[in-house]
Design a protein around this ligand. Structure first.
Ligand code: NAP
Length: 420
């Protein structure tokens, strides 16, 4: 039996989950892995007398974990960027291994960190073992595309907007009351959290650097129940997706609301669940789905990393040796099909004006619905699905459409998921 002594930084949701899981499933974990994990020290800002530390020492300064000679692995679960990064760097420089759930530190500072003895499975999609899938189960594959629901808050909100017909503000209030959204929800609903995770997935699946700044990001604030209902009518659902695709010009890396065909499995992943679909050359399409957050679910991934550290101490996370010169494509260069909702005056000739502009930009139509008016004070929504067109072309067409006197409000445009 190998023995590993760990020190945990933080005593919040995930840290408590780790303490509980290591205690409740100790025998099972030892039997399966041949590794015995002892928590020798916990360090966090404030003591929590109600939490059972199972005999571990406690201190309020997380840097105490560095000077404790018993600690082999530091498990960083304080969150935030500055102190967490300092702790991780100092731990690695001191010869300790690190396990972290901190997506922000890895996405924003991953290039400055040595990859050896650093693991971060829990930073992406909570309980879903997607990083271990890249390292083990799918290790023989080249990946061509990945798309995922990687923010549970957005997925909960969009699912509820669809099933109940409620608008963004109402559902945000409820998500906050249920603890699914923070008091300041911007990190989740504006797509930043998902972009952190996509940055990590991109580095691991495609061998790029951690290039958060090059990921295109849009959140879900602009989505209305109307768009969800029109999408349904057209055979789609609106999901907030992170998308990676490898093509001749580089890697597409984007996070935005997306129309997903109802025939796709991802379209049926609802509520706070996450899902990651990977397209690989040998394995084909694989879909991983499960809880993306929560104390116990996230602890499951943290403990898996702790065990992997004991079993494969020198293994690096992802492919750090491959070329780093892979370009990441600007959004203007990406081609996509689009959903457009064009609010127009209810007048003859408007539809012809709209289609004339689209056709002058080589934008072909795939489906059209026109929604009439009376409930909308004499306006009509022209709803269009286009075929694939480059983003830059679409921008030009939208500017011309919005300049029409008969178009009464900004055009809503949502990209359609690529057919991978
Ligand atoms: N919660 C999830 O479902 C989930 C899922 C995936 C990944 N993660 C990631 O896991 C990490 C931890 O998340 P969490 O939800 O467990 O957070 P949390 O509940 O807020 O817990 C953070 C803990 O760290 C302590 N802490 C914060 N700043 C500190 C400092 N400067 N010095 C000492 N201790 C400090 C806090 O102390 P106090 O108790 O005094 O506040 C608290 O005990 C984050 O990086 C998060 O992104 C979380």
């Amino acid at each position: 039996m190998k023995t590993l002594s760990i020190g945990i930084a933080g005593l919040g949701t995930v840290a408590q989950g780790v303490l509980m899981l290591l205690a409740s499933n100790r025998a099972l974990i030892e039997q399966r892995s041949g590794v015995s994990v002892n928590v020798v020290r916990v360090a966090s800002r404030s003591a929590k007398p109600d939490v059972d530390l199972h005999g571990a020492d406690f201190s309020t300064d997380v840097m105490d974990l560095l000077s404790d000679p018993r600690v082999d692995v530091i498990v960083e679960l304080i969150g935030g960027e500055t102190l967490a990064k300092e702790l991780i760097v100092a731990a690695l420089n001191n010869g300790k291994a690190v396990v972290t759930a901190n997506k922000a530190v890895i996405a924003l500072h991953g290039n400055e960190l040595p990859r050896q003895r650093l693991r971060f499975e829990a930073a992406v999609a909570g309980a879903i073992p997607i990083i271990q899938a890249f390292q083990y189960g799918l290790v023989a594959n080249q990946f061509s595309a990945l798309s995922g629901i990687i923010n549970g808050t957005c997925n909960y909100m969009l699912s509820a907007m669809e099933s109940e017909g409620v608008d963004f503000d109402a559902i945000l209030e409820r998500a906050q009351a249920l603890g699914y959204a923070e008091a300041d929800p911007s990190f989740d609903v504006d797509g930043i959290d998902a972009a952190h995770k996509l940055t990590i997935l991109m580095a691991l699946a495609f061998g790029t650097d951690f290039e958060f700044d090059k990921v295109y990001v849009e959140g879900i604030r602009a989505i209305t129940p109307k768009d969800i209902s029109y999408a349904t009518e057209l055979g789609y659902r609106i999901k907030h997706l992170g998308i990676l695709r490898s093509n001749a010009d580089g890697i597409e890396a984007r996070v935005h609301p997306t129309l997903v065909a109802q025939s796709e499995l991802v379209a049926h992943v609802n509520g706070v669940l996450n899902a990651v679909q990977v397209v690989s050359d040998a394995a084909g399409k694989t879909l991983f789905s499960g809880p993306g957050a929560g104390g116990a679910a996230t602890a499951s991934a943290v403990v898996a990393d702790i065990i992997a550290t004991a079993l494969h101490p020198e293994q690096t996370a992802g492919d750090s040796s491959s070329s780093r010169s892979i370009p990441i494509m600007p959004i203007e260069k990406i081609s996509s099909a689009y959903y457009l909702r064009i609010p127009t005056r209810d007048e003859p000739g408007v539809f012809a004006e709209v289609t004339q502009i689209l056709s002058s930009h080589n934008i072909n139509l795939d489906a059209v619905i026109q929604k009439d008016s009376h409930a909308q004070g004499g306006s009509v929504d022209i709803v269009i699905l286009t075929e694939d067109i480059q983003e830059a072309q679409m921008h030009e067409a939208l500017a011309q459409l919005e300049a029409l006197a008969t178009v009464t409000a900004p055009v809503m445009r949502i990209r359609v998921a690529p057919q991978d």
